[in-house]
Design a protein around this ligand. Structure first.
Ligand code: GLP
Length: 244
């Protein structure tokens, strides 16, 4: 696992540079993106980079790592709507693969997503955020690891964690679809993005603690090509010395 620690002022610029380098170096396969509060500035910087490299997106297949279920795809709070407004509408990728938030049969839809990813050459890079409890995508602590794609019911604590974004816990969708841990591990490369003091403890647990179901992001320790991009605050509890 490669760990890069950046000054927070340079974070979006540097992380977007790493993603772009990846995109330009390997033209085959799908790049998976993630929503949250960490990734939007990185997406903004990526839009500028695509502006400078006009052809890159015309060959690009993209995927959203997770999606809320039981809501209209036009709702601005879906992961798809947010990724469209942050990135896809500007760069216009060749192919967009995503879970349908209004799928009548979400399990079948999750299988369709997997077929489309495989048909497009598999995931070459999956970008991930991390929750304060160590979740990646919608794989909350305790989620089994054997699924490539999975439909999950959010636990009460997971719903509470999403309450602010949804304007109250009563508004949080009850279910979501996500690339499962096995699907994440199948990606040829992974890039986990984390910023800020509030992530310091979980980053320490995920990168330096035991690999455990209780900290889903700890699975990255087992991936052959995982890069973790941190700012100094998110890296502040790491015990082993790291290069800045
Ligand atoms: C949500 C998303 C995850 C993402 C996480 C990180 O839970 N479903 O895919 O990893 O947010 O959130 P943030 O970047 O806001 O800390």
């Amino acid at each position: 696992m490669k760990i890069l620690i950046l000054e927070s002022e340079r974070y979006a610029q540097a992380a977007s540079g790493l993603i772009m380098e990846h995109i330009l170096n390997d033209p085959s396969g799908v790049v998976g993106f993630a929503t949250g509060t960490t990734t939007p500035p990185v997406h903004e910087a990526l839009v500028r980079r695509f502006g400078e490299t006009k052809t890159a997106a015309s060959r690009l297949a993209v995927f959203n790592v997770d999606e809320y279920l039981g809501i209209s795809p036009d709702d601005p709070r879906t992961c798809l709507s947010r990724m469209k407004s942050q990135l896809y509408e500007q760069i216009r990728p060749k192919e967009l693969i995503c879970f349908r938030s209004d799928a009548p049969d979400p399990e079948e839809d999750a299988r369709r997503v997997l077929r489309e990813i495989n048909g497009a050459g598999g995931l070459r890079l999956q970008i991930l955020g991390i929750g304060k409890d160590g979740h990646i995508g919608f794989n909350d602590p305790g989620t089994p690891w054997e699924f490539e794609n999975v439909v999950v019911s959010f636990s009460p604590s997971s719903q509470l964690g999403k309450a602010d974004f949804w304007g109250g816990v009563e508004n949080v969708p009850k279910r979501g679809a996500t690339l499962g841990i096995k699907g994440i591990m199948n990606a040829r490369s992974l890039m986990l993005l984390a910023k800020g003091e509030s992530k310091a403890e979980i980053i320490h647990a995920a990168l330096e603690g035991p690999v455990t179901l209780n900290v889903p992001a700890s699975v990255l320790q087992l991936h052959p090509a995982a890069t973790v991009v941190l700012d100094r605050s998110a890296a502040s509890r790491l015990q082993q010395p790291r290069d800045f």
